[in-house]
Write a protein that binds this ligand. Structure first.
Ligand SMILES: Cc1cc2nc3c(=O)[nH]c(=O)nc-3n(C[C@H](O)[C@H](O)[C@H](O)COP(=O)(O)OP(=O)(O)OC[C@H]3O[C@@H](n4cnc5c(N)ncnc54)[C@H](O)[C@@H]3O)c2cc1C
Length: 381
């Protein structure tokens, strides 16, 4: 449907993404989930389709599209049936690579951003540590200057794509006494001596994706790999957070909507006590409540996309969007599972997978409580 937000070309793109997800990824999703792995060709195919570089400038191989194309892409992602692959691709396009686009030198863009957009290089974002998640400034990984090099030492935890990445967009302390003012960003090639994947972590959901602990043991990184300005990394990462949180919110709302659609089909077919589940008023009202919540969040997300395209820095609105969308999706998918009864608990209906996968939304990339603090501060509370 054409709306003030979406033009005909967005809807044509929607059809392309939908077909791609349904035919190229979805047929493999169960297998990938079972094997707890997926092949790296997904990056290459996504790159060939232009999905990774959607909003990047044409000079670096992107398509220069507006944020509503990103919204369309996120809305069609659930049809891959693989939250794991969706997360891996979004880490590539909206977490690991944006700092290179915003801060990178021409050489850095050519060496890293261009191949990442093509899907030839895989990226990961290394910020979280065993003792520093929400509190980014508490990180202990250090990068000490040594002539023309930095020596990096430390551990990063929960890093998506960490086991397969060619490059890590890494945050480390260049001035450990300066808290927020002592963090810098680096591009660290994973074939450098001293880098290792120390653990691949077992987790509740997103089983096919690799979530890792990474070790940096005297890793020598040339000064040309410093991304942006020394000691300004925290502020530069904060800018990146808005885009990351917007796609997290868009995919959370899309996931809820996708599962609700499946649930509506199910309750029309499933008969209990002689009539379809959908013919019970309590079921209908529950479903309509969910439709109302999804619609309200979705329209707010479109407003955030519009703010992005106006080159505003919608930190307040994106924080609100991420809280609303991720909390809503956890609640909606929980109720959808309930409406499926025992079948919802079974793997074959894929509701339980969506339920487990969605749970990450309120934790990763800024937990709900942390974002409420951000919003509260902006409201002068
Ligand atoms: C599957 C997965 C993939 C991830 N991928 C990446 C990645 O690719 N790169 C990366 O750098 N990180 C990644 N993360 C890390 C993620 O961003 C962090 O888990 C998140 O920021 C929370 O940090 P933490 O786990 O250390 O929790 P903590 O900071 O220890 O917080 C624990 C809980 O305390 C509460 N809390 C925290 N602060 C406050 C506060 N100020 N007020 C009130 N309550 C508070 C919240 O409920 C929070 O969930 C990933 C995590 C997961 C689970």
């Amino acid at each position: 449907m054409i709306t003030p937000w979406f033009k005909e070309e967005h809807e044509i793109f929607r059809k392309t993404v939908r077909k791609f997800m349904e035919t190229e990824f979805a047929p493999h999703a169960d297998d990938w989930e079972e094997k707890k792995d997926f092949p790296n060709w997904v990056f290459k195919r996504a790159g060939e389709m232009g999905f990774i570089g959607l909003t990047y400038p044409e000079e670096v191989g992107g398509s220069g599209c507006d944020t509503f194309y990103k919204a369309v892409f996120c809305e069609e992602l659930p049809r891959s049936e693989s939250g794991s692959v969706n997360m891996a691709l979004l880490v590539q396009s909206d977490m690991a690579s944006p700092p290179i686009n915003i801060l990178g030198t021409q050489e850095q863009k050519e060496e890293y951003l261009v191949p990442m957009i093509k899907g030839d290089k895989i990226g990961a974002l290394g910020i979280t540590e065993p003792n520093a998640g929400s509190d980014v400034a508490a990180m202990r990984t250090t990068a000490r200057r040594d002539g023309d090099y930095y020596r990096i030492n430390g551990t990063k935890l929960f890093i998506t794509n960490g086991a397969r990445a060619d490059v890590i967009t890494l945050a480390a302390k260049t001035d450990p006494d300066q808290g927020y003012h002592g963090i810098s960003l680096f591009l660290v090639d994973t074939d450098l001596p001293g880098f290792s994947v120390s653990r691949k972590l077992e987790k509740m959901g997103m089983h096919a994706s690799d979530t890792t602990e990474l070790r940096f043991d005297e890793v020598r990184v040339h000064k040309s790999k410093l991304l942006g300005r020394e000691n300004q990394g925290f502020y530069e990462v904060m800018i990146n957070f808005q885009g990351e949180r917007l796609v997290a919110a868009l995919t959370a709302a899309a996931g809820a909507s996708y599962i609700l659609d499946k649930t509506i089909t199910y309750i029309k077919e499933r008969e209990v006590f002689g009539r379809p589940l959908s013919k019970f008023q309590i079921t209908r009202h529950k479903v309509v409540d969910m439709i109302c919540e999804i619609e309200a969040v979705r329209q707010y997300l479109y407003y955030c996309c519009w703010l992005f395209d106006q080159n505003r820095n919608p930190a307040r609105e994106v924080s609100i969007a991420k809280v609303m969308a991720t909390e809503m999706s956890v609640k909606v998918i929980h109720q959808c599972l309930q409406l499926h009864g025992g079948y919802g608990y079974m793997k074959e209906f894929k509701i339980e997978r969506a339920y487990r996968d969605a749970r990450l939304g309120t934790i990763g990339g800024g937990a709900t409580e942390v974002l409420k603090e951000v919003i509260g501060r902006m409201e002068g509370l």
